[in-house]
Design a protein around this ligand. Sequence first.
Ligand SMILES: Cc1cc2nc3c(=O)[nH]c(=O)nc-3n(C[C@H](O)[C@H](O)[C@H](O)COP(=O)(O)O)c2cc1C
Length: 128
Amino acid sequence: MDADDLDQLLLDARVANELAEVTGALLYGGQRFFQYLEGTRADVEQIYARIARASQHHRLEILEQGRVDKRVFQRWHMGFAHAPQTLVQQLSQAQWRREIPWLEDESAASSGLTRLLAFWKEDAVPTP
Ligand SMILES: Cc1cc2nc3c(=O)[nH]c(=O)nc-3n(C[C@H](O)[C@H](O)[C@H](O)COP(=O)(O)O)c2cc1C
């Protein structure tokens, strides 16, 4: 996808996500997307249905779905950044199930989420 395609996608996605109160992050690297979505189950399912209908992808894979105690991308109705291909690959193979699901602090984050947050906080250049 070129820059214009991505701009168009983000514009559309952010309007829909804001209406649905869905937040998250989208990374793009090496012709692959990685996406993290958060919101109520019904809202996330509604947005996922939109994503599934999009014609710009060939295959979708759900890595993990489940309850979280709080949003981590609170400010982003879809944060977006370009990412190295290796990171997108690592995230698609990471462990997304939380080790200790009943613990309510950050140490309970899965290794996938820990890796995603480290990239987002330290290296990502988010598109406003
Ligand atoms: C990688 C990817 C991520 C997307 N993320 C979202 C999203 O977070 N929220 C949303 O409402 N739609 C999302 N969409 C759907 C787009 O906003 C838009 O509806 C779609 O790209 C329209 O494409 P089409 O008209 O070519 O089928 C996503 C689409 C793609 C390909």
